[in-house]
Write a protein that binds this ligand. Structure first.
Ligand code: FAD
Length: 404
């Protein structure tokens, strides 16, 4: 009996292996892991792990014994080619592995900064455990960091670096932080909080080159002619989905590996899930590629259900979070395309939500330090619920009533 082979042991791949066993799948399961650690969680890498003195074990999903007990074969290798005709996966070690069904959970990799001197040793990224480990060690010896990119990861890193006493500059081409992901109301709040913490934010500028001195970083040159001194540069300018394995095997890829509403590729023996998958979403009537733990784990559960005889369309409801300094941002739904934003709560007190509407219909809720609004958004939007904007804005209106 050939195994179900899973390429990539991140959030999606790990969850799929676990969900197959939970669904009672008895056949062999292989999880191909090209990282030098047991499968681990990524969110803490820019949060608790970066901040604290936790051991690498603290981010592992499960200890080694779990895989043994669950008969999940952890395969330390890297997939390099798919022989679809022969139902075989070719690995970097030279091994050819047969599969009954192949699931691509290859995730994404850092988009690299493409400017002169970007290959200097102290220009770093934050996606893997080793990268997080290296950065947290550097807090002890570095004094000035320039963060390129004011997205979630750049800002989470910036807040921690500042709390550790470093001078922090953040460089962002857009006119506000997290511009592609959140409403201006949320951006403004976080800009103020980060500025109050002593982080200098530079908008509308790009890093154009890294200045080096004897092989070490000494600064970052900006598109407006300024130069920011630095002994460390951290780049958070987004990711590129790992689609090459699929593309080279002749599977359709675009800004992700193209899968249908069942998360199947054009080959009925191959699925794709998580950060690498561009999926047909019925709920949103669009092709989406999402980068979140919710998306990775819900897609894994959906494929596990299909492979154990319970096929259904993927219908996961998107949600996300980001911890920046003392503040927690939580997002329910996809807030792109809104035409009206209603604020509920008290921005001054640092506890509020932005309710996003499109054509009078609630499409998403972005909450800052307001978990109850987030929970409401997740539960209510998942069943396509909506409340009028006036009710959302009215502090006397009890959201629980709408849920009842
Ligand atoms: P990944 O976790 O990237 O796993 C893919 C795995 O496949 C990797 O181990 C990769 O090395 C491996 N691989 C790739 N190609 C091959 C190959 N050919 N052969 C074998 N293995 C291969 N999301 C949230 O929802 N909330 C957060 O707060 C949050 N914080 C984050 C903080 C950081 C620092 C990062 C990096 C991400 C964060 N995310 C967060 C995003 C979330 O972690 C990702 O969406 C999630 O990890 C996606 O899971 P995945 O399994 O699809 O991909």
């Amino acid at each position: 009996d050939a195994p179900i082979l899973i390429v990539g042991a991140g959030h999606a791949g790990f969850q799929l292996a676990v969900s197959l066993r939970q669904a009672g799948y008895e056949g062999p399961v292989g999880l191909i892991n090209d990282e030098p650690h047991l499968p681990y969680q990524r969110p803490p890498l820019s949060k608790a792990y970066l901040k604290g003195g936790g051991s690498p074990d603290s981010v592992m999903f499960r200890p080694e014994k779990f895989y043994h007990d669950q008969r999940i074969e952890l395969i330390a290798d890297r997939a390099v080619a798919i022989d679809r005709g022969a139902l075989q996966l070719v690995c970097a070690s030279g091994a050819s592995r047969p599969y009954k069904h192949l699931v691509l959970a290859t995730g994404a990799r850092n988009r690299l900064l493409d400017v002169p001197n970007a290959d200097l040793e102290d220009v770093l990224y934050l996606r893997s455990l080793d990268e997080s480990e290296k950065l947290r060690q550097l807090f002890a010896t570095r004094r000035r960091v320039v963060v390129v990119g004011a997205g979630f990861i750049g800002l989470e890193f910036a807040a921690t670096a500042r709390a550790k006493g470093l001078e922090v500059d953040v460089v962002e081409l857009a006119p506000r932080v997290m511009a592609r992901a959140v409403t201006p109301e949320i951006s403004e709040f976080f800009q103020q909080r980060h500025s109050e913490a002593g982080i200098r934010l530079h908008f509308g500028v790009q890093a154009t080159s890294i200045a080096g001195d004897g092989g070490r970083v000494s600064g970052v040159a900006l598109s407006d002619g300024r130069q920011l001194p630095a002994d460390l540069v951290v780049v958070g300018i987004g990711v590129l989905p790992n689609v090459e394995l699929a593309g080279e095997a002749g599977l359709p890829v675009a800004s992700g590996i193209i899968v249908n509403e069942h998360l199947l590729t054009a080959d009925p023996n191959i699925s794709a899930i998580g950060d690498c998958a561009l999926f047909a979403s019925e709920r949103f009537g669009a092709s989406l590629r999402l980068e979140s733990v919710q998306n990775a784990t819900d897609q894994a559960r959906c494929v596990a259900a299909r492979l154990t005889g319970h096929a259904k369309n993927y219908d996961g409801f998107p949600w996300f979070w980001s911890d920046q300094g003392p503040d927690k941002l939580q997002i329910a739904g996809l807030t792109t395309g809104y035409d009206q934003v209603v604020v509920r709560g008290d921005v001054g007190q640092g506890s509020f939500s932005a309710f996003c509407y499109k054509g009078g219909c609630l499409i998403g809720v972005e909450s800052v330090n307001r978990a109850s609004d987030h929970v409401f958004g997740r539960r209510f939007l998942a069943v396509n619920g909506s409340i009028p904007p006036e009710q959302a804005a009215d502090p006397a209106f009890d959201l629980k009533r709408a849920l009842a």
